[in-house]
Write a protein that binds this ligand. Structure first.
Ligand code: 7TS
Length: 414
C-alpha cells in the first residue's frame, strides 16, 4: 500500500456518514474505540434497511405477490453478494445465521455432534474466543472427543511446532481464530488449514475480526468453514455468515428445523430443501441481509486494502504511544504484518475496569474485561485488560485523547 493511496482515504468524508460519531456526552464528543465489539453503521446501510421496510417489506419464499417476490430476490441476492465478497463459489456456500457464534454452533452441532466420538481430536488455539472455545468444549463433552489447544508463545503468536505436533491423524477438525480479538494476532490460517488437510481434518476459521478489515478469500485459504458477523463490518446486528464448502454442507444434517428449509413433509418424515435454505429455517433476517449487502458495497467502495492499511496505521500509532508509557503493558505481537487493528493493555496499579471508567469520563469508548477470552487472560496472568480497537473512521487525534486520559487514571488509582 503506497503512502499516496493511504492519504487518499478521506477519513473526514467517511466520518460524515456516521452521525453517531458527532454525539456528545457532557459536552465531549464521542471517541469510539470499541470496534472489535461492534462497529458503527454508516448512513447508506441504515438507508438501505429503512428503504427495504418502506418499499419492499414482505415475507420471502412463500408469496406469489409482487412484494414477496421482490423481498425474496433481495434476500437471495444478498447471499450472492457475500459469496462474491469472500470469493465463495456461490450462494449455496453462504448461510445466513444470527452471528459468528451461531455459525460456530451450527457446525459444532450439525457436523461435530454427528461425526465426532472418543479418540477424535478437536484442535483449537489458546487465543480462541469463547464462541468457539465453549462450543467445542461442549461438543467434546457430549461426544467424548478430546479438545486440545495450540500454545501461544510469549509474543502472542501461535507456536507452529506445537500446531504440527497436535494436528495429527486423530484430528477431525481444527478451529482457529483468523485475527485474535484480544492479542490482535493475525494467524497463518492457510498454513493451519493445510496442516489440517494433510491429516484428513477439516478447518473452521473464525473470521469475526478479519472480514471487517482486510480482503478475505476463502478459496485461497481453502478453509472448509469460515464465519463472521455483520455488525463488526459496518453492517447491522442480527446477521452473521457461515461459509461452508458445498459438498460438506450437502452432507450435513440441518441444525435447526422448521418451515422454509424443507422439500417434502409428511406426518411421518421430512426431506430437506436446497442449499443454503436447508440451514435457514423460519422467517430469516431479510432487512439485515439487505443491510449486510449495503455494508459490503460501502466497504468495497472504500477498498478493503485501504481499510486494512488505515486500521493498521492507527493501531501501530496507538501501540507506539502506549509502549512509550513506562507503566503500560501491551499484549500480543509488535506491529507488523501479523498484527491487526486493536491494542489490549494494562496500566500498572490500575484495574482495567477503573481505566475504562476513567476513559468514559472523557467520553472515550473502550472495552475492559476478558473480551470473551478468559483462559487466554489466565494465561497472560491478568484478570482483565483494556482494549482499544480501531476502524476506518478513527484518527490519530482520537488515540492522543486515549493516551492523555491515562494520566487521570494514574492520579486516581495508581
Ligand atoms: N469470534 C471472535 C474472534 C470475536 O471477536 C467475536 C466477538 C466473536 C467470535 C463472536 O461474535 P458475535 O457476533 O457472535 O458476538 N467479539 C467481541 C469482542 O471482542 N467484544 O465484544 C464482542
Amino acid at each position: 500500500m503506497s503512502q499516496q493511496n493511504l492519504e487518499s482515504l478521506d477519513v473526514g468524508a467517511i466520518r460524515d456518514e456516521f452521525p453517531i460519531l458527532e454525539r456528545e456526552f457532557d459536552g465531549q464528543q464521542v471517541v469510539y474505540l470499541d470496534n472489535a465489539a461492534t462497529t458503527q453503521t454508516p448512513d447508506p446501510v441504515v438507508d438501505a434497511m429503512s428503504d427495504y421496510y418502506r418499499e419492499s417489506n414482505a415475507n420471502i419464499h412463500r408469496g406469489i405477490h409482487h412484494l414477496s417476490q421482490e423481498a425474496s430476490i433481495l434476500y437471495e441476492e444478498a447471499h450472492d453478494r457475500v459469496a462474491e465478497f469472500i470469493n465463495a463459489d456461490g450462494r449455496e456456500e453462504v448461510i445466513f445465521t444470527k452471528n459468528t457464534t451461531e455459525s460456530e454452533n451450527l457446525v459444532a452441532y450439525a457436523w461435530g455432534l454427528n461425526e465426532l466420538g472418543p479418540g477424535d481430536r478437536v484442535v483449537l488455539t489458546e487465543m480462541e474466543h469463547h464462541a468457539s472455545l465453549v462450543t467445542w468444549q461442549q461438543i467434546g463433552e457430549k461426544t467424548g472427543a478430546d479438545v486440545e489447544y495450540i500454545r501461544i508463545d510469549d509474543d502472542g503468536r501461535l507456536d507452529m511446532d506445537h500446531a504440527r505436533e497436535l494436528i495429527d491423524d486423530d484430528t477431525a477438525i481444527l478451529s482457529a481464530v483468523h485475527v485474535s480479538n484480544t492479542l490482535g494476532t493475525v494467524n497463518p490460517v492457510s498454513e493451519l488449514t493445510d496442516l489440517a488437510h494433510e491429516h484428513g481434518a477439516l478447518s473452521f476459521i473464525d473470521g469475526a475480526q478479519a472480514v471487517p478489515n482486510r480482503p478475505v478469500d476463502v478459496e485461497a485459504i481453502d478453509a472448509d468453514f469460515y464465519a463472521f458477523s455483520g455488525h463488526k463490518m459496518a453492517g447491522p446486528t442480527g446477521i452473521g455468515v457461515l461459509y461452508g464448502k458445498q459438498h460438506l454442507l450437502e452432507e450435513m444434517e440441518p441444525y435447526l428445523y422448521g418451515g422454509g428449509m424443507i422439500r417434502k413433509v409428511t406426518y411421518e418424515e421430512s426431506t430437506w430443501g436446497d442449499l443454503p435454505w436447508k440451514f435457514e429455517p423460519g422467517t430469516p433476517q431479510i432487512a439485515e441481509a439487505v443491510g449486510l449487502e449495503a455494508a459490503i458495497d460501502w466497504l468495497e467502495d472504500i477498498g478493503m486494502e485501504r481499510i486494512q492499511a488505515h486500521e493498521e496505521e492507527i493501531a501501530r500509532y496507538a501501540y507506539e504511544q502506549l509502549e512509550s508509557e513506562e507503566d503500560v503493558e501491551i499484549y500480543g505481537p509488535e506491529p507488523g504484518p501479523d498484527r491487526g487493528g486493536l491494542v489490549s493493555f494494562n496500566v500498572e496499579g490500575v484495574h482495567a475496569h477503573d481505566l475504562a471508567s476513567i476513559m468514559n469520563d472523557h467520553t472515550i469508548a473502550v472495552r475492559a474485561g476478558d473480551h470473551c477470552t478468559q483462559p487466554l487472560h489466565d494465561k497472560l496472568g491478568v484478570p482483565a485488560s483494556t482494549r482499544a480497537s480501531f476502524y476506518v473512521y478513527n484518527t490519530r487525534e482520537e488515540v492522543d485523547k486515549l493516551v492523555a486520559a491515562l494520566d487521570d487514571a494514574r492520579q486516581l488509582f495508581a
